[in-house]
Design a protein around this ligand. Structure first.
Ligand code: MN
Ligand code: MN
Length: 307
């Protein structure tokens, strides 16, 4: 039975591309593996897979009795259902270590870089296995996506070097043009419901016993969202009212202005000022230079909830 390679819930391009690459790499190492996702892929990811002629992985959401490799996360709240009823054999990630645990030894490839795809690129090199051109293409796009074309504070030199090498393998001449094309697809909001937009890139966190949701929409120009803000605010208020959540925040990230407007739905909005040192203007606040949920927003809120 093939090992299932799983990314996180609400799959993004890195989680899908890294699952596809890890399945290829582990299979070539003699451990038959197949990529799966925890839900429908996002428009950006569809664009990337179509561009390089790859299919979306099958949706499989139960780990019971399966061997599992996790990519791009280690939090139980973000992972495949019943992970503890399967056997975790490897992790490839670039986030803070979450709360998964194992009863057997496992492979851990967890590096502080901008993208899981960067780790995968190094793994191919480590094992001396050639990266197929189409997989190089999707890994390259994953790095551009996660690092917001190298503008995010999460970007490392390793990410830039990986993109350079992957572009050669994939035959991509103009990396930044491909990145802009991809972000334009990601920015498309018309025709999507408020719920689809809030959950397009959304994660729940446990912060000192409080359930806190943080969503993020990255656009090439924030004014694209003007007509949607009221509906998005109403939607996060609704989501906050569900599953005992303390707060739901939605980051509207302008990748050209390099900052985020954050919409706020909270039982105690003072955590926002505690976390970022700026007072919200009603139910939203502009956070200059804040583009990364993982490195900037989540850690600041975790600290604010602690004290
Ligand atoms: Mn991800
Ligand atoms: Mn990632």
């Amino acid at each position: 039975m093939a090992i299932l390679v799983c990314g996180h819930k609400n799959p993004d391009t890195d989680t899908v591309a890294s699952a596809i690459a890890a399945a290829d790499l582990y299979s070539k190492r003699g451990m038959e593996a197949k990529p799966v996702t925890q839900g429908e892929i996002a428009p950006e990811t569809k664009f990337v897979l179509d561009k390089f002629g790859l299919k979306a992985p099958e949706i499989v959401t139960d780990a019971t009795g399966q061997k599992i490799i996790l990519v791009d996360h280690t939090d139980i709240s973000q992972t495949i259902d019943n992970l503890s009823k399967g056997e975790l054999v490897a992790v490839v990630d670039h986030h803070k270590l979450g709360d998964i645990t194992t009863s057997n030894p496992l492979e851990m490839w967890v590096w502080p870089v901008g993208c899981s795809a960067t780790v995968l690129k190094s793994m191919y090199d480590f094992y001396g296995i050639e990266i197929p051109a189409n997989i190089a293409g999707i890994l390259l796009c994953a790095i551009l996506s996660d690092t917001v074309m190298f503008k995010s504070v999460t970007t490392t030199d390793q990410d830039k070097k990986a993109v350079e090498a992957l572009a050669k393998i994939a035959g991509v001449a103009d990396v930044m043009a491909l990145g802009m094309e991809m972000f334009k697809v990601k920015s498309a909001v018309d025709g999507a419901t408020p719920s689809e937009l809030v959950f397009r890139d959304y994660k729940d966190f446990d912060m000192s016993g409080n359930k806190v949701g943080i969503g993020q929409l990255e656009v090439v120009d924030l004014s694209m969202l003007d007509a949607h803000k009221a509906a998005l605010q109403a939607e996060i208020e609704k989501v906050k009212g569900q599953e005992g959540r303390h707060s739901v925040f939605l980051l509207l990230t302008d990748i050209m202005k390099e900052g985020s407007e954050m919409l706020i739905a909270s039982d105690d909005a003072s955590v926002v000022e505690k976390a970022f040192g700026v007072k919200p203007n009603g139910k939203s606040v502009w956070l200059d230079g804040v583009m990364s949920r993982k490195k900037q927003v989540a850690p600041n809120f975790i600290k604010a909830f602690e004290g």
